[in-house]
Design a protein around this ligand. Structure first.
Ligand code: HEC
Length: 111
C-alpha cells in the first residue's frame, strides 16, 4: 500500500513538472508561428477582439498589462480555459499547439 501511495505521489510530481514546462511558449518569436497565429486569430478571435487585436467590444490585446496577467502561462490559461467575463474556452477547438501559435502572434502585436 505504501509503495502505491509513493508511486502516485511520484507520478503527480512528474506531471507537475511536465505541465510547468509546457507553460513556456515553444514557439517564442518564431516567424512561421506568428504567421499561422495571425490566421488562427483572424478566424477565431477577431470578431470579438477586433482587427489586429486592438480591442472592439472586448479587451485590447496589444496592451502589455493584461487584466489576467501576461506571462506565457497566464495567456495559455486565459485562452485554453476562458475567463468569466465572456471569454470562451479554446482547448477543445484549438488544442495546445495552435493556442501557443496564437500567443506567439499576440506577442508580436504587443506595444
Ligand atoms: C465571444 C467573444 C470572444 C472571442 C471569440 C474571443 N474572446 Fe478573448 N475575451 C473576450 C472577453 C469578453 C474577454 C474579457 C473577459 C474578462 O474580462 O473576464 C476576453 C479576454 C481575453 C484575454 C485576456 C485579456 C486580459 O486583459 O487579461 C485574452 C488574452 C484573450 N481574450 C484572447 C483571445 C484569443 C486568443 C481568442 C481566439 C482564440 C479570443 N480571445 C476569442 C471575448 C472573446
Amino acid at each position: 500500500m505504501k509503495t502505491l501511495i509513493l508511486s502516485i505521489l511520484l507520478i503527480m510530481i512528474f506531471m507537475d513538472v511536465a505541465l510547468s514546462q509546457q507553460a513556456k511558449n515553444p514557439y517564442g518569436g518564431d516567424q512561421q508561428a506568428i504567421k499561422e497565429g495571425a490566421e488562427i486569430f483572424k478566424k477565431n478571435c477577431e470578431s470579438c477582439h477586433g482587427p489586429g487585436g486592438k480591442g472592439d467590444i472586448c479587451p485590447d490585446l496589444t496592451k502589455k498589462n493584461k487584466k489576467y496577467g501576461n506571462t506565457d502561462a497566464d495567456l495559455f490559461l486565459t485562452i485554453s480555459k476562458g475567463r468569466p467575463g465572456g471569454m470562451p474556452n479554446w482547448d477543445n477547438t484549438l488544442g495546445p499547439d495552435r493556442i501557443w501559435k496564437v500567443i506567439t502572434y499576440i506577442r508580436s502585436i504587443e506595444k
